[in-house]
Ligand binder design. Structure first.
Ligand SMILES: [Zn+2]
Length: 398
């Protein structure tokens, strides 16, 4: 039995009574078909409506042949039910979907790019175009679509035969049967569509393009309409407001202020690297001066050094003089870097493996350099002592 599609008759209808005509299980959930419904089933890029049947939440709505299946969050007992469609979601879909019609038409008109698909998600709305479009073309299309919105053109829906559709210059979809539903934004856009549309283009409010990227030989264009456009504006305005205060710059000077900051950071980072390199030389000399053994064994631990900083110090040490370096650092993790100068006999990776096991972590390396880390910060000294003992046991071996 065909479900009567009340959402086609009146896309503003949010409450209706209906009779249950079938009961099913869909993906493990109870589901019903009704003799009539105002719930839009997912189709043509527009997601389904949500709401309730009696008081049971409707979690999905899918087409099942000529019928519409309402997937429910729980069991529904009665045979006569009252349906309530969630108003905000329906309004949002109406705004985004009709805005898409207008934007697609404008892009086709101004850039001769056809829309091959439409995605309406809870976060993002986009169309995919069959050819690449540039920024200027998109801005022109955006302006054109908004002029049509602000002109408050009536949106008219009618059902025609395939032949009538063709006579109107519309190519009817192959699987649409002989009753073709046409949606027209008067004098601007006419196309076959089963979605829910407003009475006037004005209800779209505004269409704003948020970005574009290359996609499958064409372009993907992200945009928002209506209430989403207002939300997007508020979000951006709040972020900019915060940035103007953080950077102490007016809106028009924000980009320059950010660029200056990045430039300064680049200079500062370079200076830090130079100073750090100098301090490593001094630290290496200090450690070797205090080390005993022949060749000297250097054992040291630091707070908050990054693994690459430890490694740089270890490499300085073993390059300065023949020695063995066992270095550790306590940060988010406990880190170890072990190294020895060329020609010394220790199995550095094996020393590291044994020590890092104490830290409950892993590590590796080869030849004369190995590093690793683990979560047991409190075991760092113990791990270093273990390795030192192993080095002393083997002796210099030369
Ligand atoms: Zn449509």
């Amino acid at each position: 039995m065909t479900t009567r599609r009340l959402f086609h008759e009146d896309p503003y209808l949010l409450e209706f009574d209906a009779r249950v005509t079938g009961r099913f299980t869909h993906d493990g959930r109870p589901a019903v078909t009704l003799d009539r419904t105002a719930f839009y089933a997912e189709s043509g890029g527009q997601p389904w409506d949500t709401g309730t049947l009696d008081d049971v939440p409707v979690v999905a709505v899918v087409e099942k042949g000529e019928e519409i299946l309402h997937v429910l969050d729980g069991p529904l007992d009665g045979d006569s039910v009252t349906g309530r469609v969630e108003a905000t979601r329906r309004r949002d879909h109406r705004e985004q979907h009709h805005g898409q019609h207008l934007l697609s038409r404008a892009v086709e008109e101004l850039a001769r790019a056809r829309t091959v698909s439409f995605h309406l998600g809870s976060d993002a709305v986009s169309i995919d175009l069959d050819r690449e479009v540039n920024e200027a073309q998109l801005r022109a299309a955006e302006e054109r679509a908004n002029e049509v919105i602000w002109a408050a053109r009536p949106v008219v829906v009618r059902v025609v035969t395939r032949a009538e559709a063709r006579a109107l210059g519309v190519d009817p979809p192959k699987d649409a049967g002989d009753a073709i539903r046409l949606v027209e934004a008067e004098g601007f856009d006419l196309q076959p569509c089963g979605g829910t549309h407003p009475r006037s283009t004005a209800e779209v409010g505004m269409v704003v393009i948020l970005g574009r990227e290359r996609y499958k030989g064409g372009s993907r264009v992200r945009f928002v309409c209506g209430h989403r456009a207002l939300d997007a504006f508020r979000q951006r305005a709040a972020a900019l407001e915060r940035l103007t205060s953080l950077l102490s710059a007016p809106l028009e000077g924000l980009c320059d202020a950010a660029q200056r900051l990045l430039d300064e950071r680049g200079v500062a980072e370079k200076r830090v690297r130079e100073l750090f390199a100098k301090s490593l030389d001094a630290e290496a000399e200090r450690l070797l001066g205090g080390a005993s053994g022949s060749p000297p064994l250097v054992v040291a631990s630091y707070e908050g050094w990054a693994p690459d900083e430890l490694r740089a110090l270890a490499q300085r040490l073993v390059a300065l003089r023949p020695c063995i370096a066992l270095l550790g650092s306590r940060g988010a993790k406990a880190q170890l870097v072990f190294a020895q100068s060329d020609g010394l006999p220790h199995d550095v990776p094996a020393l590291l493996q044994a020590a890092v096991a104490k830290l409950g972590g892993r590590g590796g390396g080869k030849d004369n350099l190995a590093q690793g880390g683990g979560d047991k910060l409190a075991k760092l000294d113990e791990a270093l002592a273990l390795a030192a003992e192993a080095v002393l046991t083997v002796g210099s071996g030369v």
